[in-house]
Design a protein around this ligand. Sequence first.
Ligand SMILES: [Zn+2]
Length: 145
Amino acid sequence: MLLLKLIYYPNKLLRKKSTQINKINFKIKNIIYNMFKIMYKKNGIGLAANQIGINKRIFIIDISKKKNKKLIFINPKILNKEGEIFIKEGCLSIPGIFKILKRYSHIKISALNTNGNYFVFKTRNIKSVCIQHEIDHLNGKLFID
Ligand SMILES: [Zn+2]
């Protein structure tokens, strides 16, 4: 069993670009399971794998109040982005800091699900911002940059 913990800024792992996943095996599913556990415990709405020290291109989000709308993105790719929105952002890895950033209000991305199936996801507003924040994590970028 993996024991994974949230890592905090300025841990260098947050600055490393995450790598593509070739095979979605039990280990990857276990990482995702742990990511949700940690994200829900910390009352977050999004988490990238490198925030728990795993240098792989996975992120999860759930913006529902009931914590029952899990979204999982493996090897995400931005297909289209447009519009603008300003939202106050925070990050589980950088507690206590909030900043209003300019982001794209609409986004379309592709990714793989846990069965390895390709899908396209289109969204806007908070979810769009959340996705951009998490994809930044996978590229070693932080919202305070
Ligand atoms: Zn973050």
